[in-house]
Write a protein that binds this ligand. Structure first.
Ligand code: NCD
Length: 339
């Protein structure tokens, strides 16, 4: 039995280098299914409860498509207003009930630690799709998977790399989870670039420093990117600010476009962003003029999300070694396979 079978995935703190490698190995095996070169019906009959109580496009749809691609079915609840949580039902009660309707649950919720609280009432594995400003473990895994692949193709490894994280590092849960995963590697240099008010929380910086990595904290983008192997941009998390006016103060403070990239970065610095990028003119943290730059990894990053989420379902439901057994042909014309 694999270590993930029947387990919740709530925080990156549950993981170590071996368990991460297990997830990455299974994710890699998912590639032909994600590309529609082959199909597998290994989860035929299984149901995913996909509960999204906060806006989401990529995470919600990729959880759902990941499950579909393994042959399962998805029951989705979207938005607090459409659920009984708006009638005062507790997370525990919701979990007790929905977990007898489904085999695994993916959940996003605006409050920190809410997914953990929910998991306490669930009889099936719960996967955290983002709990407030706290954590986003599946995003961190897909980010790490992407960093590893992109650096490998540049002849580098995660050990010894330099990452610059830019933007809203206070409320951005993706950088909180990713930083903790990176702590498990060796000799990393972190450059944390944010407005002072939106700095990385001290508890994350303490984790990075206690793991022996170097940290530079600054509120200036230009002049601080020359050594970066990975440039990880984030959006101002406007939904976590007390008011829109407060969020407006920080929008557009750090922008990356082709001219700034060429002037400040190495020619192969990998550009990442968890998406959505805020493309409104007052923000535009990552300009469209970089769309054809080969170092722009944002869409590869999103594609990797499907592989990671397929792997997590296969592992938590204990079918990762049965994929081939349930294979069947792809009957329709598919462009994905010849991308
Ligand atoms: C991120 C999130 O929800 O934390 N999006 C995502 O899941 N890819 C980042 C964001 O919303 O800015």
């Amino acid at each position: 039995m694999n270590q993930f079978q029947g387990s919740h995935i709530l925080s990156v703190n549950q993981l170590d280098l071996d368990s991460i490698q297990t997830i990455f190995n299974v994710a890699q095996k998912m590639t032909p299914y994600a590309l529609r070169e082959k199909r597998t019906r290994v989860l035929d009959g299984a149901i995913l409860g996909n509960l999204f109580f906060e806006p989401s496009t990529r995470t919600r749809v990729s959880f759902s498509c990941a499950f579909d691609l393994l042959g399962g079915r998805v029951a989705e609840t979207v938005g607090m207003a459409n659920s009984s949580l708006s009638k005062g039902e507790s997370l525990y009660d919701t979990a007790r009930v929905l977990s007898s309707y489904s085999d695994v649950i993916a959940m996003r919720h605006p409050q920190s630690f809410s997914v953990k609280e929910f998991a306490e009432g669930s009889r099936v594995p719960v996967i955290n799709g983002g709990d407030g400003a706290n954590e986003h473990p599946t995003q961190a895994l897909l980010d790490l998977f992407t960093i590893k692949k992109e650096l490998n193709s540049n002849g580098m490894t995660i050990d010894g790399m330099h990452i610059a994280m830019v933007g809203d590092l206070k409320y951005g849960r993706t950088v909180h989870s990713l930083s903790r995963l990176l702590c498990m590697y060796k000799n990393i240099t972190f450059t944390l670039i944010s407005p002072k008010e939106l700095a990385m929380p001290d508890y994350v910086i303490d984790d990075i420093e206690n793991a022996g990595h170097r940290v530079t904290i600054t509120d200036q983008l230009e002049g601080n990117l020359h050594q970066a192997d990975i440039l990880y941009l984030t959006r101002i998390q406007e939904e976590r600010f007390p008011s829109q006016e407060e969020a407006d103060k920080y929008r557009g403070k750090f922008r990356l476009n082709s001219a700034i990239y060429t002037k400040n970065c190495k020619s192969n610095t990998v550009i990442m962003h968890p998406l959505p990028r805020d493309s409104r003119s007052q923000a535009n943290e990552l300009d469209n003029d970089l769309n054809n730059n080969p170092s722009l990894a944002i869409f590869r990053q999103a594609d990797n999300g499907l592989l990671i989420r397929m792997a997590l379902f296969a592992l938590t439901l204990g079918v990762a070694d049965q994929l081939e057994q349930y294979e069947c042909p792809v009957n329709w014309y598919s462009r994905k396979a010849d991308r």
